[in-house]
Design a protein around this ligand. Structure first.
Ligand code: B12
Length: 320
């Protein structure tokens, strides 16, 4: 079954000239024409128009939106529309009435990464960071998209170049948040670093961005930080806390503690990421180790450290 442009315009609530223009300019059009060259839209074509309409309604430029829509197959478009309908036909978790769903935005990010579409990717990241609180955007959109990109890379359906592009552009957007809020503040900061063998640092950057937004100063050392440099920074900056990220599994005998200890003053070491073992014993009573499992709790632990927390439930030198 297929429909004329006028009938489709009424169904999707868009003017017929817009539909013709999307077809001519962006290739989002009907898959068939009559013998007289009139447009005939199928149900799948209409699904694409609806998705295009939702993306453009939330501020994604038409060109970028069309590239996302074209990168998805019919099933992915239908899945994305169903997910939106299931979440009330609009924003999903955290979205507004007219906005896209979190899962749909994550799908679009993965599709744009697969298509190596830098413009769309950057628009989608900005859209997510504008539409949701940063921690919600990370939890509901960005981290799920990254996990899916990682999954597709490991099953061979997506090249590592897509993973690099997705992470490079996300770094730029998160750094823009940091720069927009960075200010010189009194008091010892928080030092953020990854383990020495670790290139993954996007979660660390997300934490840095959220701390900057909340007016907490930090020293962001980034990835692959040699233990001696990390310890040098801790001794000089005298931070409230040291946050360490590890995506990759850490060695059974952790070399970091030998460098860090002994210390001359108490410090809380906050460990995040799947690379850390469940039980960590740091051989120094001045070190309190806290293990966190998501961005929200990482922010909370750092805030507690900076603002003078109730620490009675925390025992020294052990994971809490
Ligand atoms: C982006 C990425 C890269 C980028 C990193 C760019 C950068 N500057 O960060 C590049 C391309 C450089 C890269 C390189 C590599 N990568 Co990589 N990468 C990823 C990817 C897609 C996202 C990483 C990320 O940011 N994850 C963070 C969040 C999104 O995911 P998560 O850790 O699973 O989140 C869990 C928790 O940590 C928590 N959480 C989520 N967010 C936050 C935030 C905070 C603050 C806290 C506390 C908790 C928290 O919730 C989740 C549930 O438990 C992951 C896929 C994945 N699943 O993570 C692979 C992944 C981590 N990479 C992997 C691999 C194997 C590599 C390489 C070894 C590949 C290679 N052969 O070269 C190298 C490693 C180089 C090195 N020495 O570090 C594997 C790791 C497998 C393993 N456990 O050992 C993964 C899991 C991909 C896969 N499915 O196999 N990678």
């Amino acid at each position: 079954m297929s429909w004329s442009v006028g009938a489709v315009a009424r169904r999707v609530g868009l003017p017929a000239p817009t539909l013709r223009s999307w077809d001519r300019r962006y290739g989002i059009g009907p898959s068939a024409r009559t013998e007289g060259n009139h447009r005939r839209y199928t149900a799948a074509d209409i699904g694409r128009l609806r998705l295009m309409s939702r993306l453009t309604a939330t501020g994604v430029p038409a060109q970028a939106a069309s590239e996302v829509v074209r990168a998805l197959d019919d099933d992915a478009v239908a899945h994305r529309l169903e997910a939106d309908a299931g979440s009330g036909g609009s924003g999903g978790s955290g979205g507004d009435e007219a906005g896209p769903s979190a899962s749909g935005t994550a799908d679009a990010i993965v599709a744009a990464a697969a298509a190596l579409d830098a413009v769309t990717l950057a628009s989608l990241y900005r859209l997510a960071l504008r539409q949701w609180e940063l921690t919600t955007a990370w939890r509901e959109v960005l981290a799920p998209a990254l996990r899916e990109i990682g999954r597709r890379w490991s099953d061979g359906s997506l090249g590592v170049e897509s993973e690099h592009l997705a992470s490079e552009l996300l770094q730029s957007e998160l750094r823009a948040v940091v720069h927009a809020h960075r200010q010189r503040l009194p008091g010892p900061p928080v030092v953020l670093a990854t383990a020495d063998n670790e290139e993954h640092h996007l979660p660390l950057l997300a934490l840095d961005a959220e701390l900057a937004r909340r007016g907490i100063s930090s020293i962001f050392l980034g990835s692959r930080v040699p233990p001696s440099a990390m310890v040098g920074a801790v001794r000089r900056a005298r931070p409230h806390a040291l946050f360490l990220w590890a995506s990759l599994r850490r060695p059974t005998s952790e070399p970091l503690w030998a460098e860090l200890c002994p210390l001359d003053r108490p410090i809380t070491v906050v460990l995040g990421g799947p690379g850390w073992p469940d039980n960590v014993d740091v051989p120094d009573p001045l070190v309190t180790v806290q293990r966190v499992h998501d961005l929200d709790s990482a922010v909370q632990v750092v805030l507690d450290e900076v603002e003078g927390p109730e620490r009675s439930s925390v025992s020294k030198g052990r994971v809490v």
